[in-house]
Design a protein around this ligand. Structure first.
Ligand SMILES: [Zn+2]
Length: 137
């Protein structure tokens, strides 16, 4: 096989992981003739994917001394999931009416929601509560 020093495809890392029972794979390839290096990472789940990429970034930065701008890879899959907000049905904490909010995952952020009708009332309630809390300190 001619030396191409091409970028190692993620599918290769994936097949190594699946074949040998690992959920994270980092491949570091080096060719002594050309001096070329290649780092390829794969992770089964989104978290694995992100962790493997971070490991790959550390190898590039700390071992291979690649330029900084090449050491901040974040898998597209991970980037997409970070920016993606989906609709979730939650209950207004006051009137218990269902309402729809957009957030990244169902467990994200506060678990207290107020619908538009209850928000002004809720705001007053929270202020009173905070004042009370302040007094009790
Ligand atoms: Zn409400």
């Amino acid at each position: 096989m001619a030396k191409s020093g091409k970028r190692i495809p993620i599918s290769d890392a994936k097949s190594i992981g699946n074949k040998n029972g690992y959920n994270q794979v980092i491949i570091l390839a080096w060719d002594s003739e050309t001096g070329k290096t290649s780092v390829c990472t794969w992770g089964k789940s989104l978290v694995d994917c992100d962790q493997a990429a971070q490991g790959g970034n550390r190898i590039k930065k700390e071992i291979l001394r690649w330029p900084e701008e090449l050491c901040n890879d974040r898998p597209l899959r991970v980037k997409r999931s970070i920016n993606k907000k989906t609709k979730h049905t939650v209950q207004c904490s006051f009137c218990k009416d269902d309402m729809v909010v957009e957030k990244q995952n169902p467990n994200e952020g506060s678990s207290i929601y107020f619908c538009n009708n209850c928000r002004p009332e809720a705001q007053k309630f929270i202020e009173t509560f905070n004042e009370l809390d302040e007094k009790l300190k």
